[in-house]
Design a protein around this ligand. Sequence first.
Ligand code: DX5
Ligand code: ZN
Length: 227
Amino acid sequence: MIIAPSLLASDYTRFGKEVERAAKAGADWLHLDIMDGHFVPNISFGPAVVAAIRPLTEMFFDVHLMCSRPEILLEPFARAGADEVIVHVELGEQVTPLLWKIKSLGKKAGLAVNPPTAIALAQPHLEHIDLLLVMTVNPVLGGQEFIYECLPKIQQAEAWRREKKLSYRVSVDGGVNFQTAAECARAGADTFVAGTSLFSARSLKAAVKKMRKIVNAHDPALADLKV
Ligand code: DX5
Ligand code: ZN
């Protein structure tokens, strides 16, 4: 099980320190939300910021591109130190060449599916991805409510993986807290992106430890444990 704090929820006045804090807290990956103000009505940060924080940690950089023209960004983020690049299935015909390009850059390739989008759209790409990201909020901001209607999509993603004997990770992103992380783990997720629930906790270290315990146990009852 992978715990991936989302830097979008961190204190921007001390970005580098927040990266180091996540690493010291025992996080496995760092989730980096890249918003272009077009695919989603918000702008976050670019390759230069990723390059600046890369030397601060060995953590795996999970770069989530919420961008309408990711083809112009793949090489800059690969050079900046991304380990995985996620593009959205809503980009339609562009998806196949994008996944190949990410792989040709020696990076892991992820595919994200927004809440209103049928998970079936991801099916043609399953053999070519390392991670299938079921968005559990509509991408634009951190701190939104988890959309429970997305749980069956996690189950479907896990079922395809099992039936087709594939090895992609099943990730969830958006409104993931101690309660919803347990629900997602029970539905078949193994990679948990969480922003607000981790970075706003009194102790990031205790919060990461608690979320790991919960998802490993798939037991919602553990959600009442004090941090
Ligand atoms: C939303 C982003 C998420 C977000 C998660 O558009 O893709 O990664 O930062 O933050 P929380 O956990 O606060 O919903
Ligand atoms: Zn994200």
